[in-house]
Design a protein around this ligand. Structure first.
Ligand code: CA
Length: 219
């Protein structure tokens, strides 16, 4: 799950980035609307966390652009404007949800999980594929009900695969879900994580589609 945070308050942004990373999200932080619109032309974050009061642009403008260009991104607005008008304007412009500052980080995380479930089309916080269950509320993977000990990135990788059962995920697509824009990523990082993940999962749970990517087949 890759999140783009567009926020010009550095202190707040740093707090959000730390909390999101700790919860297993890949986060890219940009502090200008114009940089964000350039970034969105080339990248597709799963969720855009958008501050409305940016120094160089009204966040609503950026939101309109995201919707006009039909970027497949869920948008959660963060703003100090708590009037009903501002809320309605945001939702009318195509925001999926709205959080008024100041907010508790736990509430932000809960709202993100809702958007995440909407993206994955999973009706509950549990994703079940054969003997493997993912509890996305608690970031847990289970094999026949027994917890599997996964690193943060292994968990994110497994989640990216089981959310799209039967669909091939390219290496580049998976990198985008696991790493932020400015992370240094070794060229074999995904292969290494897949290798380690396989040792903890039933044989053949993850298939390699040679030259294309990886897939968890329907069970
Ligand atoms: Ca601001």
């Amino acid at each position: 799950m890759h999140i783009l945070l567009v926020e010009d308050d550095g202190l707040l942004a740093e707090g959000i980035v730390t909390a999101l990373k700790r919860s297993g999200f890949a986060v890219t932080w940009l502090n200008k609307g114009k940089t964000a619109s350039a970034y969105l032309a080339g990248e597709s974050p799963d969720i855009l966390l958008l501050d409305l009061g940016l120094s160089d642009m009204d966040g609503i403008e950026l939101l309109r652009l995201v919707r006009e260009k039909k970027y497949p991104t869920q948008v959660l607005i963060l703003t100090a404007r708590d009037s009903t008008t501002a809320k309605v304007t945001g939702l009318d412009a195509g925001a999926d949800d709205y959080l008024t500052k100041p907010f508790e980080i736990d509430e932000l995380l809960a709202r993100l999980r809702v958007l995440e479930r909407r993206l994955g089309n999973a009706p509950t916080a549990l994703i079940q594929v054969g003997p493997i269950t993912l509890d996305t509320t608690h970031h847990l993977a289970l094999h026949k009900g027994e917890p599997i000990n996964l690193s943060r990135r292994e968990y994110m990788l497994l989640k990216a695969l089981v959310e799209h059962v039967g669909i091939i995920q390219t290496k580049e697509g998976l990198e985008g879900k696991l790493y932020s824009w400015n992370d240094e990523v070794a060229s074999n990082a995904i292969e290494v994580h897949i290798h380690n993940l396989r040792k903890k999962l039933p044989a053949d749970f993850i298939r390699t589609m040679r030259g294309i990517g990886y897939m968890v087949p329907r069970q």
